[in-house]
Every structure is written in C-alpha cells, then in structure tokens.
Design a protein around this ligand. Structure first.
Ligand SMILES: [Zn+2]
Length: 276
C-alpha cells in the first residue's frame, strides 16, 4: 500500500459538486407511477435542473450530473442541455437500482445506460455513481471495459484513491468517495426536515474543517422536490454555499472527470485499496 493520499499544496482545497438527477426513475424503479404526489422526480427535470444550471453558470463552476438511463430516455432534452451548458454527464444506474442484481442483469443495465447517454451526448461517459452505494468487483470490471475512468460510490474515505478490483496491471479505477450524510441534502430533507439555513450551516462547518485539513470537499445534491434541493429556497442555500467556498483563497472547483484525470496523471500520489 502506498502512503496516504496527499492533495498537492498548490490546491489549497479541491471541490467537486455532484448533482444526482434522480428523476422519475426513482419512482418507476419501485413500481410507483411518477405522477401526482409521486412526481418529485419529474420536478427534477422540469424545474430543479434548470434552476441549478442557471445558478452554477452564474458562478462559473463545473459540476457533474449523475443521470439514470431511464431519466435520460424520458428527458433527453434536459440531458442535452446539461451537456451543452458545459457540465459533465455521468451514469447513475438505469432505474436507480437500489437492490441486488445478478451479474448478467447488472452488466446489461450498465451497458444500456451507457448506450443511452453516449447516443445523447455523442461522446464517451467517464464516470459512474451507484444509485444505492451497492457495487461489486464485477461492477468495476464492466465499467472499466466501457472506458470509465472513475467511480464515485464509496463512503469510506475523505480523499480520492486507487480502487483495485483485480490482479492485472490495469485492474483499478479512480475512486472519488462521497459523504452521504453530512454533505448530502437527502438525510436533512428526507428524515429531519432541517430548515435550509441549518443545512447551509452544517455544510459550511464541514467545509471549514476540510479546508483546514484534508482539502477535498465533495457535495451531493438532488434537484428534486420532496427530499431534494430543487426548490427555490433550497437552491438558494446551495448558491450561498458555492459563494462561501469561492470566497476562500485557493479553492479549485473540478468536475469529477476533471479531478479523476488529475488522479490518473498522479497515481503515485494516491493510496491504493483492493475490493475485498
Ligand atoms: Zn440517486
């Protein structure tokens, strides 16, 4: 194992923003019609994503949108608009699968989503985030065969690392772990109905600590209504959070693919971990 990952000193703090599309796939995958009271996912495509894109463009910061294949099929113009605005589109399951899959079925769904996104974007997809956090060595093998350079599913570390899934020289990918609890909107809006002002205070306190220590800050939000950040007041605190981070010296925003490429160029600076 190499030494602990070191973020180079020229980057005082690296920030990656991940927006998980989580449109109607979230309901349809659970057998629920995405209409009426269950139309929070449709809000993502119609209102939340345009609102987030306007805000991100105003700040001039990059961002990665993790998109389920089903949502891309339902809302192709929204996905094209994300790409046309200069943001990264990455994969996030097909029906936002949050259940166990046989290897063959998982492989089919990973290929299906990749085909949909590639056709829409006219270019390769480079990253993936598991809808549930679930993944296996087989998941990594399939993604690697599709040309993906990073995974952003694990919750086990504060820094990027090399995730090894086999014994071959190239059997590894960049892992960009994320923090599903204090740096995600979901638990605040789903479980505790935390007021947006308090969510902002929580994110700022995590940022202050990261800025002073590990210096890799990854924030995940969902543009849905319901438990997401798509609504006006919740988007506004995301807006304020980005402004807060930008006010600090030496903060660099990267899309996940941009930062994964930096990691690929500096593999010796990354710790290596093998999937058990
Ligand atoms: Zn999701």
């Amino acid at each position: 194992m190499t030494e602990r990952t070191e973020i180079p000193v020229e980057f005082r703090c690296i920030v990656t923003l991940g927006i998980d599309f989580d449109g109607p796939s979230h309901e349809v995958g659970r057998g629920i019609a995405p209409l009426g009271i269950h139309s929070w996912g449709r809000y993502s495509a119609r209102s939340g994503i345009p609102r987030h894109m306007e805000m991100l463009s105003r700040h001039g910061v990059p961002c990665t949108f993790f998109v389920p294949g089903y949502d891309a099929r339902c809302h192709p113009d929204t996905v094209r608009a994300i790409d046309a605005a200069g943001f990264e589109v990455a994969a996030h399951g097909y029906l936002h699968e949050a259940w166990d899959l046989e290897e063959a079925e998982e492989s089919r769904l990973l290929h299906q989503t990749d085909d949909i996104l590639r056709d829409l974007l006219g270019k390769p997809v480079l990253g993936w985030r598991s809808p549930s956090g679930r993944k296996t060595q087989n998941t990594m093998r399939v993604l690697k065969s599709l040309g993906y350079i990073y995974d952003s599913s694990d919750k086990d570390y504060d820094l990027p690392y090399r995730l090894r899934f086999g014994g071959g020289k190239d059997d590894w990918m960049v892992e960009l772990p994320n923090n599903t609890y204090s740096l995600d909107d979901f638990p605040f809006y789903k479980f505790s109905y935390t007021p947006p002002s308090e969510v902002l205070a929580q994110w700022q306190s995590e940022f202050d600590a990261v800025y002073a220590s590990d210096r890799f800050f990854v924030l995940t939000v969902h543009p849905r209504s319901g438990w997401g950040s798509g609504t006006p007041a919740r988007t506004r605190i995301l807006d304020q959070m980005i402004g807060y981070m930008r006010s600090h010296e030496g903060v660099h925003f990267f899309s996940s693919a941009q930062f994964a490429r930096w990691c690929l160029d500096h593999p010796q600076q990354l710790e290596e971990v093998t999937i058990p």
